[in-house]
Unconditional design. Sequence first.
Lengths: 580, 595
Amino acid sequence: MKRAIKYLLVYKERLISGYTVKILGTVVELFIPWIMAKILDEVVPSVKTTKNYMPLALWGGLMVLLALAARFMNMFANRRAAWTSKEAVKTLRDDLFKKIMNLSGKQTDSFGIPSLVSRLTSDVYNIHGFFNVIQRIGVRAPLIITGGLIISATLDPVLTLTLVATLPFVFLIVFTISRKGVPLYTKVQTSVDEMVRVIREDISGIRVIKALSKEQFERGRFQGANDDTVKNELHAAGVMAASGPFISLSLNLGLVLVVIVGAYRINSGASLPGVIVAFLTYFTMILNAVITVNRIFINYSKASASADRVWAVMDSENDLKVTAEMKHSTNGHRIEFRNVSFTYGDPSEATDEKMVLKNISFTVEPDESLGIIGATGSGKTTILSLLMRYYDATKGEIYVDGRNVKEYELDELRRKFGAAFQNDVVFADTIEENISFGRDIPHRDIEKAAKAAQAYDFIMGKDGGFEHEATIKGSDLSGGQKQRLFISRALAGSPEILILDDSSSALDYKTDAEVRKAINADYAGSTMISVAQRISSVMKMDKIIVLDDGKMIGYGKHDELMENCEVYREIAATQLGSLA
Amino acid sequence: MADNKQVNVGRGKAVEHAKDPKAALRFLWRYLSRFKVLLLFALLLTIGGNTLALVGPELSGRAIDAIKGKGMVDFETVFRYAALMAVFYAVSAVLSYGLALLMRSITQKIVRQMRQDVFDKLMALPVSFFDTHMAGDIISRISYDIDVINTSLSTDVVQILASTVTIVGSFIMMVKISPILVLVMCVTIPASFMYTKKMTGITRPKFSIRSRRLGEMNGYVEETVGAQKVIQGYAGEPVYVERFGKINRTAADAYYDADYMNATIGPTVNMINNLSLCLVTIFGAFLYIIGSMTLGNVSSFVLYSRKFSGPINEAANIIGELQSALAAAERVNRILSEDNETADITDAYELKDVLGDVEVKDVQFGYVPEKLILKDFSLKAEAGKLIAVVGPTGAGKTTLINLLMRFYDPVSGEIRVDGHENKEITRESLRRSYAMVLQDTWVFGGTIFDNIAYCKKDATMDEVVAAAKAAHIHSFITHQPKGYDTVLTEDGVNISKGQKQLLTIARAMLLDARMLILDEATSNVDTRTEKQIQSAMERLMHGKTCFIIAHRLSTIEHADEIIVVDEGRIKEKGRHAELMAKRGAYYSLYAAQLE
């Protein structure tokens, strides 16, 4: 939480000026009843006798002035408070977003996307709420408490001490409950994550759910998540609700004590009855202020739980560190895998058998192309994930252009690639933007890429052509159109290394062949790596890797593999069928 | 800087027209009114608590009365009242704790119901809704907006209820003391109300914009965080961070905009109340001077008018929260008032003992009416026949499935199953008669077992294992740390796209339907595995009317009828051999496989 507050402290001057004005405004407002008492107690009786209305007009006028002044000061202070909170929260959210964008694959997997989304949204809202509260009522209440205590001390120090004696109890209640609140609210947020997950899932699977008429079942699933959240919210709210009444109770019992002690003091002549009466007035003021402080603490525990969740992300250390240059790493290849093994799980628990990739070694030269083929789940996509360093290899080393991938700054490494992924995404934005994807790519190149990917015609067929706004998740594009868009995106930057991860599976063979032809002609400078199910997509590659259960069981050209790789031959036979 | 903006309080600029605020209120009332009895009870507790609040000072007053001065203290009375005070405060603490718990349980019930209603609504909305609404925005309504309503209901409502009692009480006291002085209030109270009304009119749209912007930001967050890996792949983090910065800026400013205007309400109402105090004091003084009121009465009047204005000030300070809650309610209500999928017609036919005759007749369809995707589309699939639909991407193949499953209705023409028109059949029975494996697979966060058994309620482990074996996914599953109990997540890394497809095939195997749709069902499955599951697929297709969309033409060579679609029209139809002999569109598609 301290670190969240730091974001607020950036605006020190504004905070100080806001607080000062707020204090002034509060003081000014407190003067109004004081003047009122003055008018009624002193001015009016004298006016009645002297018939001189001047003092009445003067004091009355002062009251009006103070009322006007209080308005402007409070308004100013409230606006300041709103301004500093929103600026602080904006920066916080920017930083968190940046951090999330830079999380490694492993970290993203462990937090889970729904949880990251809710940390960036509802957790930050909780912090925002707290920022507002401490600025808007965080001054007034403590001011009234101290002011009230000082005035009552001047009235009767002993009685004041009696009252002060109850304060430790009050603070004990406030602290215990607000401390208890933090884990309770953490639980609430975790169950909210779960609820968000169900909604996200069902939105993305709505067609399947409807097709299978499973709406009722999904309602039940959501109900489970909803009930959990409600249960946790009730638990947290129930505990937090206890503090207010019990704080009042202990303060009020303090008041009873004051009456009794007062009785003794007056009896002994140490105090006067009028003092106790005045004391009661200030007491009520203090009581209300303490209750307000308590509200701030309730807000605090909610925000604190959220801040912990936010900083769990902020503090996750970059686990894909860039290492200093290593010896013996230079070699001439564009890409080299040297004895690479990998597991997504805990490396210490994974036996060689359980690895997703097992001892993979290969090289690719700049003017070569590489095809990867193999059974579903044999580890093809994982090779690409390691090459682009979403994950680090568990064993072995990977080199790109003679340098270990760990020596590159991540963006430097990834800028070498243009990749069409299997789980790629269409944004609700223009087609042009979906291809240029935040890179500064001239329209000419985008058009060239779209043409090569055989996407140009369908794009021009849309209203507005390249300026056509794609709908959410690209729902107005067919599977094949999406894939061609992804290929355009990969090509548009004329990458050094082009990666196509099964990105023509939804294309008909004819289009697929045209895409490959165009890439060979127009993007000859790119080293192409293509993962495919279709033998026709890889058979003309300079090198082909045949993967089976994470092992390389074939490596060579089409003709070589046809001769010496049983599995490859089988694949070829099934696919090329009668025409082979 | 926004802070230095001209303060234009009363001069509302041309403000975007506010949505019907009463609709949001009615919406909230619909929920609140379900708990009328409990709310009444809460109200009674509040009134009780507030009345007790008046007893406290009364008791202490009596105790103090017994303290007359030096040596004149009646200790017995003091102790008696002190003891009473202690008891009373304890009771009052318990009461207010009870009230707080009650209010929280009511609001939680409401919130729970509201969330469930929105979710149920999502399930009832047509597929097209999800094509036009960002997932993040929808999520933000269920989580954030409802949470705002929650906070407001559980704290603000209690506060307002409690203040009403005080306000009414002190007003009655004031009228009793001096009806003439109350006239002053006849100026200030309406002034407060009119001002508040005017200001809420100005701020309401700002709060609506604020909620909308937050929703948009959430939509963007959901989209980009979901695409984080792709963005990293293009080293696009800085660009997307910068873009988020802009959206974040818009949202933060919209947030502030509402706060900025709202910041005037509390202090201004305060000021009006303070001015009213001034007037009361001065007029009171005047009345005293001309002798029509005693000084004591003026003092008490002033005290009551302070009591009176206290809660009004507080209420003015929470108007912002109420406005946010109303804006949130409006957004939630808007989802709830979206049109559902068109209801089944009355006496809709329930498909039973389906044969599987499907006929598509002269269908025209476009997602937007001006742009037809399917034109004069007709086909006939007799029960048990295998129909393959091929053609270049974007030709309208998937659209055909959308129509068969009735995710959309055709613009004209009709689709019949066993002679009944789609529109006359209950949606549920229609959809249940199809099994479907789509290119875009879907797994949900649950165990592998649950995912396979998804559409068969009481599937046994043996059935699930048999289906998984047939789909050649069994060995992958047993290699997982917890086998069939391994929990999958939608964005899970341990499962590839091809494996997801196999899982979906296993799922379809457990579904007993007469018609089967395979839309590129094995596009990400390698051909060897595809071959290995072929016999299982044949069993799956056996006796069913099958619609297959595939690019790997080798998988459909044996189809009873192959339909070649291009640009929404049927170009050729016939058996493999016939079409090959024709050397037309089909032939050239087929030959392309070797290029």
